[in-house]
Design a protein. Structure first.
Length: 94
């Protein structure tokens, strides 16, 4: 599942949060230029059972512009999960 935002204020918050984390060079090539999309992907951490949905980590990918190495950042750890209200609502149910 992917959740996307196009809100300019939200995109600025995403850039700021990732910029605070992407202070070191790419672990694969040493490049220092990164980009990110507008959405969160979810990585399941267990298998769904009948009547129960799978739990998942909501992750924001950042990609090295030189080699394509992708790093994933948890949106709760970044402090920006509220940008995607459906993710926050789903976590409150889990």
């Amino acid at each position: 599942m992917t959740a996307i935002t196009t809100d300019p204020a939200a995109l600025a918050r995403i850039s700021t949060a990732l910029g605070a984390k992407l202070t070191q060079p790419c672990p694969a090539c040493g490049g220092r230029s990164f980009s990110h999309g507008h959405g969160v992907i979810t990585l399941p951490i267990d298998h769904p059972t009948p009547g129960n949905t799978s739990r998942a980590y909501p992750l924001l990918p950042a990609c090295c512009n030189d080699c394509g190495c992708v790093m994933m950042f948890n949106v709760y750890t970044l402090g920006i999960a509220d940008i995607w209200p459906d993710i926050v609502r789903r976590r409150a149910v889990d």
